[in-house]
Design a binder for this molecule. Structure first.
Ligand SMILES: C[S@@+](CC[C@H](N)C(=O)[O-])C[C@H]1O[C@@H](n2cnc3c(N)ncnc32)[C@H](O)[C@@H]1O
Length: 243
């Protein structure tokens, strides 16, 4: 017998989440041989195709209507981790249509209620059309989700430059070349014990080479583990040495 979902949410939200995961997987199966989209692989395929248009532009265009949502089990793990840590301030690097954001919002709503702390999910999306769709899904969920989210539209390397609280958790679900610059932007605001979660660190190891080298260099203060989810899910705990 499989365990019931750990997500504590009203039935209409659970139903919406399951529909959105299904749509996302159907889309990914259409554009990837492996059934899962990795930005570096999709871009590489477009470059190999040698099409007349600019591959990066073609890639951006292709991704405009794609969810590429975090796998359901990884979303559930993240929800559990947030509750266990009592995390209330989270940055999501890469929001798309806001599926994983719903889990983050539900989780901090719970930790805020238990701990009495304030907090926000800072979501980031560069494509306005995607941000608009994400907002619609959050409205469908209702205030328990909607009220937790500060969606910053535009390039996250700009939108995360200022006005950040002390961060408990950074979720990296962004095109691989942006992962390390994003971490470096947020790092000064991360509290000791903060967690960085990075998706697809096994299948995307090549694209993430610089990020993983940074996380795994002891002087940078992270302790890392690749969790055995499909394609890998890196959990890095920030424990800088005290001076
Ligand atoms: C893998 S998807 C995020 C999926 C989402 N976390 C989920 O699980 O539902 C990555 C998203 O990052 C966005 N993105 C790419 N470059 C960005 C940038 N420079 N700033 C903000 N968002 C960006 C893309 O448009 C895309 O929607």
């Amino acid at each position: 017998m499989s365990a019931p979902t750990p997500i504590d949410a009203p039935p209409h939200i659970l139903h919406l989440l399951s529909e959105l995961h299904k749509l996302s997987l159907e889309q990914e199966a259409q554009i990837s041989k492996t059934g899962k989209v990795l930005s570096t692989n999709v871009l590489g395929d477009l470059e190999d195709k040698g099409s007349a248009t600019n591959p990066q532009e073609e890639f951006n265009q292709l991704m405009l209507d794609k969810f590429i949502a975090l796998d359901e089990d990884k979303c559930q793990f993240t929800y559990q981790l947030i509750n266990a840590m009592g995390a209330t301030n989270i940055i999501e690097a890469g929001t798309s249509f806001g599926v994983s954001t719903i889990y983050l919002a539900l989780a901090i709503a719970k930790t805020k209620a238990v701990t009495g702390k304030s907090g926000t999910v800072i979501a980031t999306e560069k494509e306005k059309t995607k941000a608009d769709v994400a907002r619609k899904y959050w409205v469908q969920c209702g205030s328990v989700v909607e009220e937790q989210i500060d969606l910053r539209e535009g390039d996250l390397l700009e939108t995360l430059k200022g006005d950040l609280p002390e961060i408990d958790l950074l979720f990296l679900d962004i095109w691989t070349p942006l992962a390390l610059p994003t971490l470096k932007t947020v790092l000064p605001r991360m509290r000791p014990g903060a967690v960085v979660l990075t998706d697809n660190t096994i299948s995307g190891a090549e694209g993430y080479a610089e990020l993983l080298a940074f996380l795994r260099s002891p002087e940078n203060g992270f302790r890392n583990m690749t969790l055995p989810f499909t394609n890998g899910f890196e959990m890095s705990v920030y424990q800088p040495r005290s001076e």
